[in-house]
Design a protein around this ligand. Structure first.
Ligand code: TRP
Length: 453
């Protein structure tokens, strides 16, 4: 019944391992696929501006709060609330997180499956010798509307994730992230430089970085916050679960700061690759939606020397980044069933992974694979409900719980372990108790109006 069964739960092998795992969770498709998509759709630079504020002012606050709960209780996302406030409804926050994580996992793995498909395409030379934007559009549409291909690739992603999770946290996550994340960062830097030097890149740079404040509205704010939570992996207890594995001597503030910073950097650089390329090679609109990144990256690979090699490298690393995130999405509920329901790790992994697969099938078929799901835009709806609304609700409740219910003394004490001076204490408390909840409440009040336009 308790969370101390270390053989089942595992713990981080080294001090840095937590940082790598949390960064691995944060950095993923959210940065490279979703960020450019929402920036393109919701106004360009002005979105980027609101996004950075959302990360710095609210995202960081919530991340630190989640890590604090996790390390203090040493529990999973539901058990943690039960431990702090036993027999109260607060554990609903954790239950909401569990639901959200499985639902996000279901469609996230579909997109990761697209990366598998694109990896195979690149290896087999589909993009060799240069392609036009029309051709890129066509390749994309043919691929995502093929029900068999998308489902098989999706299955592969869920399968790999389930397998890694069934083997346990330590051997599963650590090994991957340590080596491959730095390589991903280098590759992205290189591609960003290449994109910036394409002739005609300037227009893309100003779309991306020169804000037009007349485009600022509720929709931009809602989606910028949703994207911030999604990208940082907060609002549903991931950082509680991961925080439960952190050692008492680690500094939570710098940990949360590092994860937020590196995550934002990667998203920022992904935009630097996408938008200049988009404007330098016309034919694809910034508002292209989920296909944006998949249509644009092959274009850049067809324009640079050694493009096919970089293409293979890119889709490999994108997949690794995605899988370190799917692992975190699955681990939330797996940790719960191990701790509180006494399931074995294997059983929890296979049952929950299987469930996520079934749940994701409509998403896999909603880009042309099956008319019914395409017409209702199943994946798009799921994304709005879970990535925007549910994460915002989760973040709000976490702020209220730590800022008002738990009592300030305990969380501050917890952060002080490993960081005795805790210099930003007052700022954090202000954001936690007042600023963040108020912003989130305003967003949630207007959500219906924003979504229905
Ligand atoms: N942050 C990941 C990404 O950017 C996705 C993700 C992993 C996530 N775990 C999460 C999103 C928890 C929300 C909540 O790709």
């Amino acid at each position: 019944m308790n969370g101390q069964d270390q053989n089942q739960r595992g713990h981080w092998g080294s001090k840095l391992a937590f940082i790598f795992a949390a960064t691995g969770s944060a950095i993923g498709l959210g940065n490279i696929w979703r960020f450019p998509m929402v920036v393109g759709k919701y106004g360009g630079a002005v979105f980027v501006f609101v996004y950075i504020l959302a990360v710095a002012l609210v995202g960081f606050t919530v991340m630190l709060a989640e890590m604090t709960i996790g390390r203090h209780t040493q529990r999973n996302a539901i058990g943690a609330f039960e431990k702090i406030k036993p027999r109260t409804p607060w554990k609903i926050i954790g239950a909401l997180g569990l639901l959200t994580s499985i639902c996000i996992l279901s469609y996230y793995s579909v997109i990761a499956g697209w990366a598998v498909g694109y990896f195979v395409k690149t290896v087999s030379g589909t993009f060799k010798g240069g392609i036009t934007s029309q051709l890129s559009e066509q390749i994309y549409t043919n691929f995502v509307s093929n029900p068999l291909m998308t489902t098989v690739c999706f299955f592969a992603v869920i399968g790999i994730t389930t397998f890694i999770i069934s083997k346990g946290v330590q051997s599963g996550i650590e090994r991957w992230t340590k080596i491959l994340m730095p390589v991903l960062l280098l590759l992205i830097l290189y591609l960003a430089i290449k994109a910036l030097t394409l002739p005609g890149a300037g227009q893309g740079v100003s779309f991306y970085l020169k804000p037009d404040f007349s485009k600022l509205n509720g929709t931009v704010v809602l989606f910028a916050f949703g994207q911030a939570f999604f990208s940082l992996s907060i609002g549903m207890g991931i950082m509680i679960t991961y925080g439960s594995y952190i050692s008492k001597s680690d500094n939570l503030v710098t940990s949360a700061g590092w994860v937020s910073f590196s995550d934002t950097l990667v998203a920022f650089l992904a935009g630097i690759i996408i938008f200049p390329t988009l404007f330098a090679i016309p034919g694809i609109e910034p508002t292209a939606g989920p296909g944006l990144v998949f249509k644009v990256f092959p274009l850049i690979f067809s324009k640079i020397p050694g493009g096919n090699f970089f293409g293979i490298l890119f889709f490999t690393l994108l997949l690794v980044a995605a899988i370190t995130s799917t692992i975190s999405l699955l681990e939330v509920s797996v940790a719960y069933f191990i701790d509180e329901r006494n399931w074995s790790r294997k059983k929890a992994a296979y049952l929950l992974g299987g469930f996520a697969f079934l749940l994701g099938i409509p998403s896999a078929l909603s880009s042309g694979g099956m008319k019914l799901f395409t017409d209702i835009d199943f994946m798009g709806k799921f994304d709005i409900i879970f990535a925007n609304i549910s994460l915002a609700v989760g973040a709000l409740l976490i702020c209220i719980f730590v800022g008002w219910i738990w009592g300030i003394k305990k969380p501050v004490e917890e952060v002080r372990s490993g960081n005795p001076r805790f210099k930003i204490r007052l700022l954090w408390l202000f954001s936690l108790k007042f600023f963040s909840p108020i912003v989130l409440i305003i967003i949630l009040i207007f959500i219906k109006k924003i979504i229905t336009g």
